[in-house]
Design a protein around this ligand. Structure first.
Ligand SMILES: [Zn+2]
Length: 561
């Protein structure tokens, strides 16, 4: 046989930004070996009539560091054409950590990223200490998709300074030397870079700010210089997006610009729109542009839609401050739904729910459409407006919607990027990366992991903000080049066969679903999609029509110079 797989009759969008072309794709072992009209025989032929053939998509901002140890399929990214993920964002990685410090890092993943610690403990397989040990473990694990990681400042600083890492913003020269040594070890063993958190929202279980939050520029520069020495590596940071003071945001870009210029390393960090300062993002983009003209390499990232808390019976409702609703909390979703059906209990829930909620709050919570989940919320989608239209009180409307959907009627409270027109402008900035999906994090509150499907469906197909070729480029070669993934992100001869076959007219994002499938039985949101017909990873068929094939051909993405 000439090929293991030939994909026939499809339209190839190769990820480079070049216009689509009709071409077959020949795959042997883990690589694309031929493009064009292929007549030779193949072990398997996939008919891609009516589909586009693209490189696999890359999710640059995940927190799957723990999940990968119990979920080789890598849900939910696996349903959205993702074939490579970057972990270790926001300053958080499981290594380096001495075994006695492991619990601290696990608890940080819980307190910052809302991944239940009991689940991580139950699913943990990491027994080493260094970041290299962690990568070696990843290398051995079965993986549906390719994974690489950033080494996190929190783990590095805690390893070097212990409790002082949280209490002392100024590190001593000795502390900095220890930290640099740890980052050096991580880079030598294939970390993709280093990440830090400056957000005051990121706290430890005892309420302190996470290690490194207030680190001075001297320390941040020294850690960047380790990557400079290796001649590669991405520097990731999370500014305090929650703070309204514009000067604080400008100072963040100032230090990042200085470190990037001094070390030559690219830095990525979120720029988002917030309600407190709805236009600040424009100033920040302008500041980034100026810094880049002066020799920095700042590449901000943003989520392709509003970032929001999922509101539903499964996790949180707008009425939870009332005693009647609070009493539902310990129940399973089925028990809660049963409770809503009992007339007396319903009457009590309605009365108390209406007492603790108001128009202002309920006008900012929007119902997700059932089939094709849309995030460009219109005023008539708010719970307040829906209740008015139904001629019932908001709590009755909420209960009825739950009963109509067996307890799974979901709403979103968008707290960042709430204005989709602003999101469109953010995405149009040439320095902007698609990111911030936070896959694997905030598992019981936020579910934005479907960014790739949503981006193609909404911004490319519906809004036509990008051509198909340019949209695919932003999901593939742009992030691959940024992180230095060799032979990935472009569909060409010699590249790894990470490939999606997509039925564009069937693309849609499903509403979130709540599943109690974490180790130890804890719950989380997942989100599926339609329209991604096939996903191949390293030449093997990984997903077909949303179903896993059982193949785990993902690899560890070690950075190398
Ligand atoms: Zn994050």
């Amino acid at each position: 046989m000439t090929y293991d797989i030939v994909i026939k009759n499809g339209l190839v969008v190769d990820g480079s930004g070049a216009p689509p072309i009709r071409s077959d794709v020949g795959i042997r072992a883990d690589r694309v070996v031929a493009l064009g009209e292929l007549a030779e025989d193949a072990r398997r032929v996939i008919d891609a009539e009516g589909m586009v053939i693209t490189p696999g998509f890359i999710d640059i901002h995940t927190h799957l560091d723990a999940q990968i140890m119990w979920d080789p399929q890598m849900t939910s990214p696996c349903w959205h054409g993702i074939t490579s993920v970057v972990m270790g964002n926001c300053g958080l990685s499981i290594a380096p950590s001495r075994p006695a410090e492991r619990l601290f890092q696990i608890k940080l993943l819980e307190s910052v990223e809302d991944i239940p610690a009991e689940s991580i403990i139950a699913g943990n397989k990491f027994e080493g200490e260094t970041y290299g040990d962690y990568l070696d473990m990843l290398d051995e694990l079965p993986k549906g998709v390719n994974v690489g990681g950033l080494v996190g400042h929190c783990a590095v600083r805690y390893h070097a300074m212990g409790e002082r890492s949280m209490d002392e913003p100024v590190a001593t020269p000795d502390d900095i030397e220890k930290m640099c040594h740890l980052v050096d070890e991580a880079m030598a063993n294939g970390a993709l870079g280093f990440s830090t958190s400056r957000s005051t929202l990121h706290t430890t279980p005892d309420g302190r700010h996470v290690p490194g939050t207030f680190a001075h520029t001297e320390e941040l520069l020294a850690l960047g210089k380790v990557m400079e020495k290796h001649g590669r590596g991405v520097y990731g940071s999370v500014p305090p997006v929650e703070l309204a003071d514009p000067d604080r945001h400008r100072q963040e870009i100032d230090w990042m610009a200085a470190v990037s210029k001094e070390t030559g390393r690219p830095i990525t960090f979120p720029i988002v729109q917030s309600r407190e300062s709805p236009d600040l993002w424009r100033d920040l983009l302008a500041q980034v542009q100026t810094a880049n003209q002066q020799g920095a390499r700042l590449c901000p990232q943003t989520e392709v839609r509003s970032i929001g808390v999922v509101v539903g019976l499964a996790n949180i409702t707008p009425f939870d401050q009332s005693l009647a609703w609070h009493a539902l909390k310990p129940l399973s979703l089925r028990e809660k739904t049963e409770a809503l059906r009992q007339p007396e209990r319903r009457a009590l829930l309605v009365r108390e729910g209406n007492e603790v909620s108001n128009q202002n709050q309920l006008s900012m919570i929007y119902q997700l459409t059932d089939d094709d989940a849309r995030y460009d919320f219109k005023p008539e989608q708010s719970l307040w407006a829906i209740a008015s239209a139904r001629g019932v009180s908001p709590t009755e409307a909420f209960i009825d919607i739950q009963l109509e959907r067996d307890g799974e009627g979901y709403f979103i409270f968008p707290f960042l990027n709430h204005d989709m027109e602003a999101v469109g402008e953010l995405l149009s900035d040439p320095s902007m990366l698609l990111g911030l999906a936070d896959s694997g994090a905030h598992v019981g509150q936020i579910c934005d992991t479907s960014f790739s499907t949503y981006f193609l469906h909404y911004w490319v197909q519906e809004r036509k903000l990008f051509s198909l070729a340019e949209g695919i480029r932003k999901l593939t070669s742009e992030p691959a080049d940024f992180f230095g993934f060799k032979d990935r992100g472009r569909l060409r001869e010699g590249a790894f066969a990470d490939i999606n076959l997509i039925e564009l007219d069937k693309l849609k994002v499903h509403p979130p679903e709540f599943k109690n499938d974490l180790p130890d039985g804890a719950g989380r949101f997942i989100q599926r999609a339609s329209g991604i017909a096939y996903t191949l990873v390293n030449g093997e068929l990984f997903m077909q029509d949303g179903q896993p094939t059982g193949s785990f051909s993902g690899r560890l993405l070690r950075g190398s110079s």
